[in-house]
Design a binder for this molecule. Structure first.
Ligand code: FCB
Length: 567
């Protein structure tokens, strides 16, 4: 009751500010074309109010009282919460006033075309010294995806998409990418030299099953070889089974919009795990259903280039059902497997926190992009905008959750932005921006997302985090600041088990082509020459010390000293 009163007040306030009710003429019935069960129209004439998460929960609790009671403790919103109860001894911030620990310098990386690196010698420090340690068994890795690194993935929908002018910036193509299909091992050597103990790759469905039901054993053999190669280098593989690309034959029959794809994906997963299961038990079923749905079916910058809200919802639901089906297939074959999926989370904040409209569209953006997927997996129910029904099959299908974190957005109400549920995304005037308008430099967002995921009470891996930074002028500071946020989360006993930096070597960045460079190591795609950036040395130093040391801060981002080591 009090909540409803607050909303009415907010709406009146909005009326006063704008001089009219902005939602009066807004008809959101288009949002609900397929969802026969409950029409948006039946919800009254204030559709944005009805998008509120609280309303959805209330509605669904009435429909499924038992389940609601059982799970009423699950709180997943991005609000201030108490730290979790202690589960394990947290690694301590070790004060080292007298002797400054110097990590063993990283092994030099093999450089094909080295450029002279700027050597920064830290001067004497007069501030306090402290080392931020990570847990002994922490996984330090890098993440990649098949299409972005393998080269010549000619049987998938992305290859086809790249052939049309206007789809990829500057007409770029993936071509040979990083040539991993032929020689991933040169980069595995680099990863090993840096001291990494895990690496996230993906299996390309179109290589394994180039025609429906026909499995290419030689492709599976190549993946086996790669996984063995990682094991030989003491690098644990994490294998993603779907990272944005689909076999062309699958795309032609409707891709993930077609519900039959769920069973077809399960069949591909079964065959792949039968063969690769001897080298891997850490599986990531699907990468970023929300990004896939948003870019492919709303913004239209990924294949199939659609702009259809209903289709986007269906596709995300099918991807999540595909995740659940894959989870069961993998566990049937490998009872001890650890299976999760990678969720892209983007914190949203109101552009003007005093504006009720901005606050409302911010909540909607959060619900649509971040929360609806978590609710589906944690509570087994679809919530808006994904749907209304129960989603029982999704329950208990997470052994861990992966977080892909890059940036946050401010959201302002804009009645013209119907496609993005009336929210216009923008950045604060004083925000430090990343290359190519990729977003805001905002390390605290990593902590905020980890805090929220910790409520799921399953292990968390940061399955992606990185920055497009061609000249590496922000990446060292970015890396240190983000890892420090993660360290902070671990101190609060949030169960963060590993971190996978995106990425080792510059790779084909989807619709951005080669214009955005995320690599710790620079790549010239024409010559395949690799040149480590300073950040590669920094990451190696952190990984080998299993800690952020004052030496690393002073050498690579001295300007962070006052923030990370306040006196
Ligand atoms: C993520 C994708 C990954 C890469 C990074 C930069 O959303 O999962 O493939 O493109 O962004």
């Amino acid at each position: 009751m009090a909540k409803r009163k607050k909303k009415l007040d907010e709406r009146e306030e909005a009326n006063q500010i704008l001089g009219h009710d902005p939602f009066e003429d807004v008809d959101l019935a288009w949002m609900d074309r397929e969802e026969g069960e409950l029409s948006i129209k039946a919800l009254g004439h204030d559709p944005l109010q009805d998008m509120d998460v609280g309303w959805i929960d209330q509605e669904q609790e009435e429909r499924a009282p038992d389940m609601a009671q059982e799970e009423s403790q699950v709180v997943l919103e991005d609000t201030e919460t108490e730290p979790l109860p202690m589960r394990a001894a947290a690694p301590l911030l070790e004060q080292a006033p007298a002797v400054v620990e110097r990590p063993i310098p990283p092994q030099p990386l093999e450089v094909l075309q080295p450029e002279p690196l700027t050597v920064v010698t830290p001067g004497p420090t007069d501030g306090p010294e402290a080392t931020f340690h990570f847990p002994a068994d922490f996984k330090w890795g890098v993440a990649t995806a098949a299409h972005q690194v393998e080269g010549r993935n000619i049987h998938n929908d992305w290859w086809n998409w790249e052939q049309t002018d206007g789809h990829i910036k500057q007409g770029h193509k993936s071509e040979l990418a990083c040539d991993w299909w032929v020689n991933a091992e040169v980069d595995f050597d680099r990863a090993a030299a840096m001291g990494l103990n895990s690496l996230r790759i993906s299996v390309e469905w179109s290589r394994v099953e180039p025609r429906p039901g026909e499995f290419d054993e030689s492709a599976l053999e190549r993946y086996s070889q790669m996984l063995q190669g990682l094991r030989e280098r003491h690098i644990e593989p994490m294998v993603t089974l779907h990272h944005f690309t689909n076999p062309s034959w699958l795309a032609e029959q409707g891709g993930w919009e077609n519900p039959e794809t769920i069973a077809l994906f399960a069949r591909f997963v079964r065959r792949t795990v039968e063969v690769l299961g001897q080298h891997c038990d850490l599986w990531c079923t699907i990468n970023e259903p929300n990004v896939y749905g948003y870019l492919g079916y709303l913004e239209g910058t990924f294949p199939p280039g659609r702009s259809d809200f209903g289709a986007a919802r269906r596709v995300i639901r099918h991807l999540l059902s595909g995740h659940a089906a894959a989870y069961r297939e993998i566990h049937a074959l490998q009872p001890g497997a650890r299976v999760g999926f990678a969720h892209n989370m983007n914190p949203f904040d109101p552009a003007n926190p005093r504006s009720p409209l901005d606050r409302r569209v911010t909540r909607i953006a959060d619900q649509a992009f971040n929360q609806s997927i978590l609710t589906a997996l944690a509570r087994g129910r679809w919530t808006l905008p994904l749907g209304f029904r129960l989603a029982w099959k999704l329950r208990r299908t997470l052994d861990w959750i992966g977080l892909n974190y890059y940036t946050r957005d401010l959201v302002a109400f804009d009645h013209t932005q119907r496609r993005t549920l009336f929210g216009r995304r923008l950045h604060a005037d004083d925000a430090e921006l990343l290359d190519g308008g990729y977003g805001e430099f905002y390390p605290q967002g990593l902590f905020r997302c980890l805090r929220r995921l910790a409520r799921l009470d399953v292990p968390i891996y940061v399955t992606e985090n990185g920055i497009p930074d061609h000249d590496d002028d922000q990446r060292p500071r970015h890396l240190l600041a983000h890892l420090h946020q993660m360290w902070h989360a671990i101190q609060l006993c949030y169960p963060v088990m590993g971190y996978y930096h995106w990425t080792l070597v510059d790779n084909f960045e989807w619709a951005e082509g080669w214009t955005l460079r995320f690599g710790l190591i620079a790549l010239d795609p024409q010559t395949q020459a690799r040149t480590p950036r300073r950040s590669a040395d920094l990451y190696a130093e952190i990984v080998q010390a299993n800690a952020i040391t004052p030496h690393a801060i002073d050498t690579y981002a001295r300007e962070l000293r006052s923030e990370l080591l306040p006196g």
